[in-house]
Design a protein around this ligand. Structure first.
Ligand SMILES: NC(=O)c1ccc[n+]([C@@H]2O[C@H](COP(=O)([O-])OP(=O)(O)OC[C@H]3O[C@@H](n4cnc5c(N)ncnc54)[C@H](OP(=O)(O)O)[C@@H]3O)[C@@H](O)[C@H]2O)c1
Length: 327
């Protein structure tokens, strides 16, 4: 089988596509014939050896996939061979085959093809739980979404709009903001060329937003926190900027604000009921026509340039590797 390989840590341009032997599922595991795999930000961190858990070299990157069950390991009774499934792993998905614990698989919401199924769960589940489970957002509230044209950001604009919230989208250019407007954002701020706090306040009639969803970090976090209204909620989701912000705590006190964070994999362990409820709402939205924004689909041979596009902020929405194409 063909697989992307990281043989030394660094920028994703160093990834190579190689031929490897077929995989065998062990006890409790399932072999999946991968049809499509989505690029996620942690893939870049793992390749650069900047993720919280290191991946020993050499390894196959790729953490989110959709495909068909190809074989069951000892002690596994289903899903039957041939079932369409999606799933998440730490590494291994940028390959024609991946082996995963059976608990790591999920059914594909009805209506999603393999490319969209691969691009769906991580960002949309993160968006839903940031907005609702953790952020306590409700219809009619203003939500500011940073990095609004990226993977998590675009999903958050989409879900917030479908939940009836009013979104102020923030991103680094007018082209990227146009993506967020298409997904339903009512107002936009170019946070490279405009004052984020001042513009959010202006756009919300001087009051500020009820909720901030922040997958970016860096200097934007404090500016967005300052644009919260009294009693507002700030959800820290990730640090695509690369710099983890240090926030003066008196801002939290003065605004009577709530600052919370969460990690989607941990949420499955400590809030399984919330995760199930979220999956139901998201499946309903998919049946109403919601689809993740997939801006580019690359063959496996182009995996290095696909990841480079994400690393260099050129991609919008999701970038997907289609494993079914030729070399
Ligand atoms: N907490 C969780 O459970 C969870 C789940 C999924 C992802 N995450 C985290 O959330 C963050 C975003 O993930 P994502 O999938 O949305 O990534 P993404 O698709 O690459 O989007 C990140 C966005 O951040 C903005 N950005 C600002 N400074 C950047 C920089 N120096 N480099 C790259 N992007 C920069 C970019 O938009 P502009 O150019 O418009 O600014 C980009 O669209 C990551 O840190 C990821 O690990 C957390």
């Amino acid at each position: 089988m063909r697989a992307a390989r990281c043989r030394r840590y660094g920028p994703p341009g160093g990834l190579a596509v190689v031929e490897l032997g077929d995989l065998e599922p062990g006890p409790g595991e399932v072999l999946v014939r991968v049809q499509a795999a989505a690029v996620n930000f942690p893939d870049l961190l793992l390749v650069a050896n900047r993720y919280q858990v290191p991946a020993p070299l050499p390894f196959t990157p790729g953490s989110e996939f959709a495909g068909f069950v190809a074989a069951l390991g000892p002690g596994v009774s289903g899903p039957p061979v041939g079932t369409a499934v999606a799933g998440a792993v730490l590494t291994g998905a940028f390959a024609e085959q991946v082996v995963v614990p059976v608990a790591g698989l999920r059914p594909i919401p009805s209506g999603l093809d393999m490319v969209h199924a691969a691009a769906f769960h991580v960002t949309y589940a993160t968006a839903y739980h940031a907005l609702v489970t953790v952020g306590q957002g409700v219809a009619g509230e203003w939500a500011a979404v940073l990095g609004a044209a990226g993977g998590v950001g675009s999903a958050t604009v989409d879900v917030a709009t479908r939940l009836g919230m009013r979104v102020v989208a923030a991103a680094s250019s007018q082209e990227r903001l146009a993506v967020a407007r298409k997904l339903g954002a009512q107002a936009t701020v170019d946070y490279v060329h405009e004052d984020l706090k001042a513009r959010i306040r202006e756009l919300t009639g001087g009051d500020g937003v009820h909720l901030v969803i922040d997958p970016v970090g860096g200097d934007h976090s404090e500016a967005a926190l300052r644009a919260l209204r009294r009693g507002g909620r700030f959800v820290t989701v990730g640090y695509a900027d690369g710099r983890i912000p240090r926030i003066p705590l008196n801002l939290v006190l003065l605004k009577d604000a709530v600052v919370r964070g969460f990690e989607i994999r941990m949420l499955r362990q400590y809030a399984p009921d919330a995760v199930k409820a979220g999956d139901r709402v998201l499946a309903r939205m998919v049946s109403d026509g919601m689809r993740p924004l997939v801006s580019r689909v690359h063959p496996l041979a182009d995996v290095a340039s696909a990841l480079t596009d994400v690393a260099e902020r050129r991609a919008t929405g999701k970038v997907v590797i289609d494993m079914t194409g030729g070399v």
